[in-house]
Design a protein around this ligand. Sequence first.
Ligand code: GTP
Ligand code: MG
Length: 578
Amino acid sequence: MASDRLFNLNVGVLGHVDSGKTALVAALSTQLSTAALDKNPQSKERGITLDLGFSSFITDKLPPQLEPKGHYTGLQVTLVDCPGHASLIRTIIGGAQIIDMMLMVVDITKGIQAQTAECIVLGEIATHRIVVILNKIDLLPEAKRSQLIAKATKMIHATFQATRFAGCTVLPACAKPGEGSEGGAEVKGMDDIIAAIMNMAPNRPRQPDGPFLFAVDHCFAIKGQGTVLTGTVLQGSAKVGEMLELPEHKVQKKVKSMQMFRRPVQSCQQGDRVGICMTKLAPDTMERGLVSSPGSVPTFSGAIAAVEKIRFYVGELSSKMKLHVTVGHTTVMATATFFGVPDGTTTDPSALRMGRLASKEHVQDFDFAQEYLYQHYLYGFEGRPHDASAPKAGRQQQQQQQQQQQQIDRSASVGDKPKHYGPQWALLEFSQPITAPKDALVIGSRLDADASNKTCRLALYGRVCGLLDPSSSAELARLKIFKMKQRTGSIKRPDKDGHSAVCQALFKKETDLSIFVGMKVVAGCGITGTIQGAFGKSGKFRVAFSEKLPGEMSEEDKILILSFKRFIYDRDKHHMVQ
Ligand SMILES: Nc1nc2c(ncn2[C@@H]2O[C@H](COP(=O)(O)OP(=O)(O)OP(=O)(O)O)[C@@H](O)[C@H]2O)c(=O)[nH]1
Ligand SMILES: [Mg+2]
């Protein structure tokens, strides 16, 4: 391992618009990239950050947890300055996917604002390392400053209690004294912030295994050299002279040279920020995108993702809903169909931990052999209500269902513990093909929602765990997703021995009854029977009952309930309920 290398740490700087993110990045950085600190003319004109800005500072002090391994000679902190403006959420989501940790900037005079909530959600998905910066303390009256800082800190801890970041570090700061500053204001808090970043650095050297995956955030030409792609290595490693692929463009290019920290290097690995120079590549080929080991990043128009509803999202997420789905730096429209495990809930407490699906180890490859229950909705932590698609059961089944639900409620939500649900998935049908790793993180949002209203627009997140082509019915038929169907008929004429009967009103005369032979029916009097086959051509059929029918039967006793699974992507396939 080259010992002259710096450990690169990507620190996202997120927060509500105007909370002071760029000012903080300026106060911390020593090295600025081309687009840093709102250099973009439009940013200057509008006075807001429009795109991700990259800058960095280097310390020769290594965080103690990285010390003895001799891998690194210092730490480079790359600050990813994200926009705050609500309309730029796609860029913020893209930025959130390349960070190791996060500085959440809050304007202490304003407290938690709408985009702060969305940034908390992104933080929960992207990382478990966060420091909250209470900025603009210079605007507080000096006499009450420490008391107001203590109050604001308490409020932050109370808000974060329900999130993955309960008990996180909260630091006061003044990134850029401005008009309205109270007495002798100067930049404050930077050393504490750097110390907090140091002791939150991951405690292990980077893992260079797996196919190479590089998230490009800028692309520019250098005369006489070639085209340079700067970005973050998300996975694996690469070296000079190697052939790499631009999967969105299906082209392969050789790595001519590499630079890190403005110095030539021969290789790079997961976590590094690096500039990769390729020849014969037009600089306008891409602004944002991926570079990978050849053939390792697929293009697909449909995917199965293990998903979770985002707890701050208010409102229903119903199947067939169209969502903006962000994968890496790409956001496209997708239609979502939700489904889950048939028995509905789990008492596994880890199901409660927000953000668990963000780590790959919690997401297994999708099992196409399993049967799954269609869901009208994606359920959140409020627990799984009776799924509207589960048809009204007969009296006996209703009792069974109630007992089962009570048992679930008893086990799953004792006291104020929220009920939790079993794993859930979404079939995502993209409006246009996307190119992304087959285990990519996905974030679904309702970006059509009015950006100015105060609700969180991030609706769900999760990880891709299976690919399929939704335009092919054969591919869709691999998905064993069923709806519980129920039909109600009646006993028309019991046979003399009372063990079988001619029955009616369950099927239309043109129904192919052979699919239903052998299926179970339950009579209103509680006796079960098995469908034997058609009786005549008018839709009547014969049933053999497990025991003798009572001599006298009320109309209710004669009711027949047939429950079965109808597989939504395999129209002519039905299954009897076990
Ligand atoms: N008084 C005071 N003003 C500050 C401080 N930090 C930033 N500002 C001012 O707040 C305004 C917004 O600062 P920015 O750094 O652009 O805020 P931002 O969060 O990057 O804004 P967006 O990127 O557009 O979301 C500017 O006028 C800054 O000068 C501070 O610590 N004290
Ligand atoms: Mg900014």
